[in-house]
Ligand binder design. Structure first.
Ligand SMILES: [Fe+2]
Length: 373
């Protein structure tokens, strides 16, 4: 422990120095002849005491003013310095006003036993406060470390979902080579489905999954023979029955990937209809998983817009009218309403623009579109 004794009486400085050195082991003692000297010693940082014995009445800066400056300096430097005021002024007001600034207070003439027991108390308090400060500092360091680790995790998660999205897009685009459609149908279905999920207030963790369900909805076409998928003319009943299997095949393909467990049913049932006349199981209304009801609207809207060997393309307005016409028969009315709202806000059009131009990193499309509106 380091002591600083501040008194304008050289005799008291000597007496207190002697008493401290005699009473306590392993201590350092320095003295100052007035308040300003004490403040200067600290300001120069040449000696930073743990405990100060401060006289009250001194010429120039008195003990209280000096203590005030020292406490302020210590606070600014994240330090604790214990100040024990020693005074001949035995007035209640002096004691009360002093204790607003200093930590303890004893009266002259100094009783050595009282002084040493007060200093022992000061030791304990100083040690406790220093330990507390050390813990707080450690806590701060741990907190900084935690923040840094969180930032790193966030970067990793972002990177991972970027890679995942790119892989999902590559895989789902492969289907377009097989069924001879082009123009990123699956990308648009994925992003429209994601926007619909957001519009329908789905929980955040489900919104991203709906996008992946959109990307993968037709992945089962891998299992359909090319001569059927690529047939330009009308399909026979048998061929159409074979095509219908793509929904269940897609679900089987995605099923082994644990991460995509929640979208398997969305893929399997994306051709079900609200009125129960769809496939593969003829599910009706809310028996159909919501993700499948969402993809159904996004998929059909985009198919109407796209030219296919068996049909010409239509305009956005015509496609919207067709979706609205089938509200409550083919499609879930609340999904159609959410779609119409997104359409009227121009957000569906924005998705088309950005998929077309690929002007933004794909992962940012939804954020960008939603921020516009
Ligand atoms: Fe499909």
């Amino acid at each position: 422990m380091k002591f600083l004794i501040v008194d304008d009486d050289p005799f008291i400085l000597k007496m207190l120095t002697f008493t401290l050195q005699k009473s306590f082991m392993d201590i350092e003692v320095k003295t100052a002849g007035n308040g300003q000297d004490a403040v200067n010693i600290l300001a120069s940082k040449e000696y930073i005491p743990d405990i100060i014995l401060m006289d009250y009445m001194m010429p120039g800066l008195d003990g209280l003013e000096a203590s005030q400056k020292i406490k302020k300096w210590a606070f600014e430097h994240d330090l604790f310095i214990y100040i024990l005021m020693v005074t001949a002024k035995a007035q209640k007001e002096t004691e009360i006003s002093s204790l607003k600034i200093v930590d303890d207070y004893i009266q002259k003439p100094i009783d050595i036993d009282i002084l040493t027991s007060r200093i022992n108390a000061a030791f304990r308090i100083t040690q406790l406060i220093n330990e507390k400060n050390k813990l707080l500092k450690k806590n701060d360091q741990l907190y900084d470390h935690l923040i840094e680790t969180n930032k790193m995790n966030e970067r990793l998660v972002n990177r991972l979902s970027e890679v995942l999205e790119q892989m999902a897009i590559s895989l789902s685009e492969a289907i377009e080579y097989k069924d001879l459609t082009t123009g990123y149908h699956v990308l648009r279905v994925g992003y429209i489905s994601e926007a619909l999920a957001l519009g329908l207030d789905l929980p955040n963790e489900n919104i991203e999954m709906v996008k992946y369900a959109g990307f993968f909805h037709d992945i089962g076409k891998i299992g359909i023979p090319d001569q059927i998928l690529q047939k330009p003319g009308k399909l026979t009943d048998q061929e159409f029955a074979a095509i219908k299997k793509h929904a269940s095949i897609g679900a089987e393909i995605i099923k082994p990937i644990n991460y995509f467990k929640s979208i398997v049913e969305g893929i399997k049932y994306h051709h079900e209809r609200w009125d129960g006349k769809g496939y593969p199981d003829g599910l009706k209304e809310e028996q159909i998983p919501l993700v499948a009801r969402i993809i159904s609207v996004a998929d059909v809207f985009d198919v109407i817009l796209s030219p296919r060997p068996y049909k010409p393309s239509k305009t956005e307005q015509e496609a919207l009218s067709e979706i609205i016409l089938n509200r409550g028969t083919q499609f879930d009315p609340k999904v159609v309403d959410a779609f119409e709202k997104l359409y009227l806000e121009g957000k569906i059009h924005d998705i088309y623009q950005h998929v077309e131009n690929k002007s933004l990193p794909k992962t940012n499309i939804l954020d960008f579109i939603m921020s516009k509106g």
